[in-house]
Design a protein around this ligand. Structure first.
Ligand code: ATP
Length: 260
């Protein structure tokens, strides 16, 4: 299928007079794996917050499958097929992996069916376990999972809700090299039958797994394009290197000419 799944137009968000987003346009096509990058404070999380109904924009529209999401409640947006992860964990530590997934999947089920003890796991939960590779850990309490496994569980909990658009906020933050590799593979796999937007800072990760990248800076879209186009763009280099130079006078400046 082709066509725009998400269309953000002229989006502005103002916090106490400060413009966190300033006229952002973003189009994500059906089936895309889009990376959203930008320095700290660029407005990435704010954009996701507006799409998911957590923050009200001062102006602009967010169309998902043609319908405007602005003004809708968070749970209505989830039900309409938009799922997100947060930078902070939302798993229940005492519940097992499969129970967490089941709970996440249950939001579409009527209340009475939640009280009834069901045999086996639903198709959505089984599929989420298989995709994330968590089947072997199904009966472990979430509290004993490693950082990486916990992130995969959160992604699995999203998939179990069968969203058509997934918004992932820094999924590889704090992960080991091996966990990053596995997460990259997982995102690629998920993107085969979902539309995925990933906020990510890690350039190495982007080089490996990103195709289309949108760069935000000071609340505006600075550049959009392939990873190579974005990395080669002098405006992007300036934004990232400018920051690097502020932090370090020596080593970072020596990398001039390339976005790391
Ligand atoms: N609730 C809020 N009230 C006031 N200012 C806010 C609020 N949320 C975000 N901001 C400000 O808006 C700007 C954009 O923040 P946002 O978290 O969207 O940036 P980001 O690109 O996600 O950054 P990071 O990479 O650090 O997570 C920042 O200057 C931030 O301080």
């Amino acid at each position: 299928m082709s066509g725009a799944l998400l269309e953000v137009r002229g989006l502005s968000v103002v916090f106490d007079g400060f413009r966190a987003l300033d006229g952002v346009d973003l189009t994500v096509e059906q089936g895309e794996l889009r990376f959203l990058i930008g320095p700290n404070g660029a407005g990435k999380t704010t954009l996701v917050d507006v799409i998911t109904g957590l923050t009200r924009p001062a102006s602009g529209s967010v169309r998902f499958e043609g319908a405007d999401l602005v003004g809708r409640k968070e749970h209505e947006i989830v039900r309409s097929g938009v799922g997100r992860t947060f930078q902070t964990s939302v798993v229940f530590e005492e519940l097992t992996v499969v129970e967490n997934l089941d709970l996440a999947a249950s939001f579409r089920r009527p209340l009475w069916s939640l009280a009834r003890r069901r045999r086996g796991v639903s198709e959505a939960v089984a599929a989420a376990m298989e995709t994330t590779g968590l089947d072997l850990l199904a009966d472990r309490p979430a509290g004993v999972l490693s950082h990486g496994q916990r992130q995969w569980l959160e992604i699995g909990m999203l998939i179990a809700q069968r969203p058509r658009l997934l918004l992932l906020d820094e999924p590889v933050a704090g992960m080991s090299a091996e966990e990053r590799l596995r997460t990259g593979e997982l995102l690629t796999e998920i993107a085969r039958d979902h539309t995925v937007v990933v906020i990510e800072h890690d350039m190495d990760f982007l080089r490996r797994y990103a195709s289309q990248v949108t760069v935000l800076h000071e609340g505006k879209v600075l550049v959009e394009g392939s990873v190579d186009q974005v990395r080669a763009d002098p405006r992007v280099q300036e934004v990232y290197l400018g920051r690097a130079e502020e932090r370090s006078t020596g080593a970072a400046a020596a990398t001039a000419g390339e976005v790391k």
